[in-house]
Design a protein around this ligand. Structure first.
Ligand code: AHR
Length: 492
């Protein structure tokens, strides 16, 4: 039995709703056949899949990062606007890109779902001038040829894109036009100068990694122009042939969620940027064996990519893991202001499309639960007698804390809303909460699965969200949370 104490008077900080952000890339079936499918009976007149739009509206997506990912590092945005749709060979994923879906469509998409657009620029083969031209196209009223081109393309009002990233994973050997420490900082500085000269109100991000040398170069040279640094993490699901999600091993990976945040925060602090530059965790997810970086010369490219769409591999392990990432972002709300689940649709996304409809995977239910039920202010919480369980053996053994909680308060009605993740594969946990006389109503919302390996697929609904009223007896509340479950306790 664990005891949970909540202190509504001690506020940790305001959490930025952008931590529930999403990422969509021109990769696999994320755009084409994902959010965009002209000609489908399920699409609207713009080609947007209506079922996907509804699903994304339901989880109140605050911000969408686009167009990549690795894809962006050889992308020329000018070939994808207005009437100028030039197909080209995408070097990242080695397929033809039709350029049918470009900046104009992305803006319409974000408007439709009520999300802030966030553009990641090409800092691989691209130049500072191409980046600032893009800002001109999106944000200037009418000055210059790029704003005029936007107007000519039918968009009189500027798109007013606030969030712009310089690059994606440019530290990585896999990235087109990868950069070395030493050149990255000056490249970011010169790009930032150009972009902010066009629109000083934009917020700039730059590709980063929790590495001291990379950040010394980046921040010393370009820090004063930056509002954010972007970090990514994909925690590998071990195993091959997708025989996993092995639930226990995914749980062992939860101990690796916070270190990249903590490392990046301490780098920002030691270089004098804490409080000035925030972290955007702008790609994150668990990742199966069939990662797209698989060598396309030695493996059939198509097969591994499509295996990423095997719904049976997105189980309660993904739900529990994703909730643990979102909990960590809440805990570090002083510095993590944005996070983008990668990706939104298909591949490893929360929504899967097929010609007849969509499947809401386990992670979708977590986003729905958190965006609809959690509050906006993180408050102090404490867990006594939290047990742990062991995964692996000998030197490889990992102790995984069973419960992971984060408490919040909703400003508008002062209700307390606590996320409670039970990572244990088999055992329910009993929780006691002293509530004093302040709260008279308690409700538990839970994302649960028939088993730890439960998943959703066409015609299979093993993962769902349930609501349970709880009885407060005296001044305390006692209840159980199911094994492998994600819960929000609401006290009003
Ligand atoms: O998910 C695919 C790729 O993973 C993204 O393009 C890249 O940014 C990351 O390495």
């Amino acid at each position: 039995m664990a005891k949970m104490e909540l202190n509504a008077h001690r506020e940790i900080g305001k959490r930025d709703k952008k931590i529930f952000g999403q990422f969509i890339e021109h990769f696999h079936r994320q755009i084409y056949g994902g959010i965009y499918e002209p000609g489908s009976a399920l699409s609207d007149s713009r080609g947007f899949r209506k079922d996907v739009l509804d699903a994304l509206k339901n989880i109140e997506v605050p911000v969408v990062r686009w167009p990549g990912g690795c894809f962006v590092s050889a992308y020329n945005w000018k070939d994808g606007v207005g009437k100028n749709r030039v197909p080209y060979f995408d070097k990242a994923w080695r397929v033809e890109e039709s350029n049918e879906f470009g900046t104009d469509e992305f803006m319409e998409y974000c408007r439709e779902i009520g999300a802030e657009p966030y553009i990641c620029t090409n800092a691989g083969t691209g130049t500072p001038e191409e980046m600032s031209d893009w800002v001109e196209y999106c944000n200037l009223e009418s000055e210059g040829k790029w704003a005029k081109l936007r107007i000519e393309n039918g968009y009189k009002e500027p798109f007013k894109v606030k969030y712009w990233s310089i690059g994606n994973e440019n530290y990585g050997h896999w990235e087109m036009g990868a950069k070395e420490i030493g050149e990255w900082g000056s490249f970011v500085r010169e790009s930032a100068k150009m972009m902010k000269r066009v629109d000083p109100t934009i917020e700039l991000l730059a590709a980063s990694i929790p590495d001291l040398d990379w950040n010394i170069d980046l921040l010393r040279k370009a820090g004063k122009y930056l509002d954010w640094i972007s970090i990514h993490d994909y925690w590998d699901k071990p195993g091959i042939n997708n025989e996993l999600s092995n639930y226990e091993y995914c749980m062992a990976k939860t101990v690796h969620i916070e270190p990249p945040i903590v490392r990046t925060k301490s780098i920002l602090e030691s270089l004098g940027y804490l409080g000035k530059i925030r972290i955007a965790f702008d790609e994150w997810n668990l990742r199966g064996w069939y990662h797209p970086h698989v060598d396309s010369k030695t493996e059939d490219c198509v097969t591994p990519r499509d295996k990423n769409d095997d719904n049976s591999t997105y189980t309660m392990a993904d739900a529990v893991f994703s909730a643990s990432v979102l909990n960590a972002c809440h805990r570090h709300c002083d510095v993590v202001g944005m996070a983008n689940f990668a990706p939104t649709v298909n591949t490893r996304g929360a929504v899967f499309t097929n010609p007849e409809g969509i499947v809401l995977r386990s992670t979708y239910h977590v986003f729905a639960l958190y965006t609809q039920q959690l509050g906006d202010v993180v408050i102090d919480s404490w867990l006594g007698d939290n047990r742990s369980f062991t995964v692996g053996e000998g030197d490889a053994a990992v102790q995984v804390p069973t419960l992971d909680i984060v408490a919040t308060k909703r400003t508008e009605d002062a209700s307390l809303r606590t996320a409670i993740v039970n990572r244990h594969p088999e055992q329910p946990e009993t929780i006691i909460v002293p509530v004093g006389g302040s709260y008279t109503q308690a409700t538990l919302y839970s994302v649960v699965g028939d088993s730890k390996d439960a998943y959703n697929d066409v015609g299979i609904n093993q993962v769902r969200t349930v609501r349970r009223p709880l009885a407060i007896e005296g001044q305390q509340l006692q209840f159980d949370v199911e094994p492998h479950s994600v819960n929000v306790l609401v006290l009003a």
